[in-house]
Design a protein around this ligand. Structure first.
Ligand code: PMP
Length: 359
């Protein structure tokens, strides 16, 4: 007889017509070991998307919205500036739909991201670290203009927040159905997540407090200084409060137009800065104490969620976005102190029996 406690599964009750149909519906997962007693702390784990990050949502919608409007023609090359996850998502979508893709990316982002995009069939054009996010952004615009390519414009397009309102936010409402959600915690890169989710939460669950975070050494929103924008809503200069930070995917060196909607509409109740090394620390704790392997931005968002949880009223529930998988960070400070060789403790385990010693 089968053990009644044996875990079983029964499939999705359908087959999927394409990898693109597996985007979204990521799980909301309870934190059991790290959170303070009496608080219901949850993470929405975006690594479950097929190309491993929250940006798969935006990638498929940018392409499909442009197909619907006619802005993207069959076989036309797509070009975009991205710190990696949008490029990886776009590469997946373009591979499936048959569009060539060129990505511009500052050389400072993790090298595995370049390889992942190339593996998915994209071309990656590097831009100098000194030119920051603004440099890779200008390069993508230049290439689009010169070659007549379709520029994805993740920092300005309506297709960004729109997909988070239609999917991410709806999933949150569905998952907490009948239960209270007191706090929603997120960072921002383009601002698509916070703007899209907040549009819906403000309308449907106005009691939910929305908490936004940004790097402690790059407090663009906290500075109160606006970004100057050109005709297409694109930034025309680098923000004075920007400093390079380790939280890849967060805070470019300008305030994106997509994020501006959240600032203008008062979509967040609190803005809490977080130091990059704190993000690294909490991502390591999520991995080793919860078995949840996320990137530095996930660790940083979780650090802020812990701050909120520690001050929250007993019984409160807190939801934290985890944007991507930690496997994308092998060459970064996230794995900086993770040994490749045997540690002293591992050598001691090895020497505890007579066979198979190295060194
Ligand atoms: N974390 C990571 C690792 C990302 O790649 C991104 C997207 N750039 C974000 C967080 C922020 O998401 P959004 O662009 O929706 O603000």
């Amino acid at each position: 007889m089968t053990d009644p406690k044996l875990r079983t599964t029964s499939g999705n009750g359908r087959t999927f017509d394409s990898v693109l149909d597996t985007i979204g519906n990521t799980p909301t997962i309870r934190i059991n070991n790290l959170g303070p007693d009496g608080i219901n702390l949850f993470v929405k784990f975006e690594a479950f998307n097929p190309a491993g990050s929250v940006k798969d949502r935006l990638a498929v919608n940018i392409i499909e919205a442009a197909e619907r409007s006619g802005a993207l023609k069959p076989g036309q090359t797509v070009v975009e500036a991205t710190s990696g996850n949008t490029g990886i998502g776009l590469a997946m979508v373009c591979a499936q739909k048959g569009y060539p893709l060129v990505v511009t990316m500052a050389e400072s982002f993790s090298t595995e991201r370049r390889q992942l995009m190339r593996m998915l069939g994209a071309k990656v054009v590097l831009t100098p670290k000194a030119e920051k996010g603004f440099g890779m952004y200008r390069k993508a615009a230049e290439l689009a203009e010169k070659h007549g390519w379709f520029l994805a414009r993740q920092f300005e397009t309506q297709a960004n927040a729109e997909i988070h309102a239609a999917t991410t936010a709806r999933e949150i409402l569905g998952d907490f159905n009948g239960e209270r959600l007191d706090y929603f915690v997120t960072g921002y890169g383009t601002g698509g997540t916070v703007t899209g989710v907040s549009r819906v939460l403000r309308a449907e669950w106005p009691e939910t407090k929305i908490i936004l975070s940004e790097p402690e050494n790059a407090q663009l929103v906290g500075s109160g200084i606006a970004t100057e924008r050109g005709e297409d809503d694109d930034p025309i200069s680098s923000h004075p409060a920007f400093e390079p930070h380790v939280i890849q995917g967060w805070t470019p060196d300008f305030i994106p137009a997509v994020l501006q909607e959240s600032i203008d509409n008062g979509y967040f109740d609190q803005l809490i800065p977080v130091p990059g090394p704190t993000g690294v620390e909490w991502a390591q704790k999520l991995a080793s104490q919860e078995g949840i392997l996320t990137g530095i931005s996930g660790g940083a968002t979780f650090a802020v969620a812990m701050e909120i949880a520690e001050q929250a009223e007993p019984g409160a529930s807190v939801l934290c976005m985890l944007p991507d998988t930690g496997e994308r960070y092998l060459s970064t400070p996230l794995f900086g102190d993770i040994s490749v060789d045997m540690t002293d403790e591992e050598s001691e385990i090895s020497r505890s029996t007579p066979g198979y010693h190295i060194g």
